[in-house]
Design a protein around this ligand. Structure first.
Ligand code: ATP
Ligand code: MG
Length: 276
């Protein structure tokens, strides 16, 4: 039986493109024929609203799994896109950071829930909040891999080193098999020297981890969420759309190389052929 590979999309820095990456990758991976679950672990619920759901009007959310112990299958909803399910966030999640503190196995609650649905999906993506609190810790405990969106800007590398240290701590204490799956540069501006400089620095320090695909700064990517649409629906020929489609293909290629059974990604989907 195929077991889902679980990826946490994390960076403690705010506004670097975590949610944009999680939601659009989820959509393109599903469009490539994978069964995908997107879990929104941020109380801002941006991933939830960017896919068209009202965070104030959901019967259940990931909060109920974390705090009340509800099965993930009970909070998960179809996203309205073939192959993509959503475990939405709600505003209640803001309290979870504190409410989780006295609970048993507080950092493993998501992991236990995710393990029970691994046979239903090929990929589980977890959108993390911009902090290293209990919600992110739950995501890192549940994940096999971390995917790091990195904004191409001054001091990007310092933040990356800090995140690396946190991941090492998580490996030591919470989840020994967690690994960095890859780093993707976001809001990349080819005309700006700084962007290229960051790219070179990251490549030098983290060889093999930087994705070849870079996500350009593209206004269409920032407009799509307010329409409740992914970039694949909002403007499928934009540069942002092409980049996320290509990132999904590169990711599937990496997954095929690294998965033991090679079942997560079939070769037919590694070409990045348009599927819209
Ligand atoms: P937070 O830490 O608050 O959760 P985040 O890391 O999830 O933020 P996003 O919400 O994905 O970051 O992006 C921050 C803002 O930048 C959003 O308004 C988003 O629409 C915009 N944005 C993200 N990626 C791009 C891009 N490649 N080009 C232009 N705008 C982008
Ligand atoms: Mg976000």
């Amino acid at each position: 039986m195929v077991k889902a590979r679980v990826l946490a999309i994390a960076n403690q820095k705010g506004g670097v493109g975590k949610t944009t990456t999680a939601a659009n990758l989820g959509v393109y991976l599903a469009a490539a024929g994978r069964r995908v679950l997107l879990i929104d672990m941020d109380s801002q619920a941006n991933a939830t609203s960017s896919l068209g759901f009202d965070k104030h009007n959901l019967p259940r959310s990931i909060y109920n799994t974390l705090v009340d112990g509800k099965a993930l299958a009970e909070v998960t909803i179809p996203s309205g896109r073939d192959g993509l399910d959503l475990a939405p966030a709600s505003v209640q999640l803001a309290g979870a950071e504190v409410e989780l503190v006295p609970l048993m196995a507080r950092e493993h609650r998501l992991a236990r829930a995710v393990d029970k649905v691994r046979d239903r999906y090929d990929l589980v993506l977890i959108d993390c909040p911009p902090s290293l609190g209990l919600l992110t810790l739950n995501a890192l405990a549940a994940a096999d891999d971390v995917l790091i969106p990195l904004q191409s800007e001054y001091l990007a590398l310092e933040g990356l080193m800090q995140l690396r240290q946190t991941i090492d701590l998580v490996v030591g204490h919470v989840n020994p098999h967690l690994q960095i799956f890859g780093i993707v540069l976001t809001m990349f501006d080819g005309r700006n020297n700084l962007s290229s400089q960051v790219q070179e620095e990251v490549r030098a320090h983290f060889p093999g981890e930087l994705f070849d695909t870079v996500i350009p700064r593209n206004v269409r990517l920032s407009e799509a969420p307010s329409h409740g649409q992914s970039i694949r629906e909002y403007d499928p020929t934009s540069r942002g759309a092409t980049a996320y489609e290509q990132l999904a293909a590169e990711m599937l290629h990496r997954l095929a190389l690294s998965s033991v059974e090679g079942t997560v990604a079939g070769p037919e989907h590694t070409s990045g052929a348009p599927s819209a």
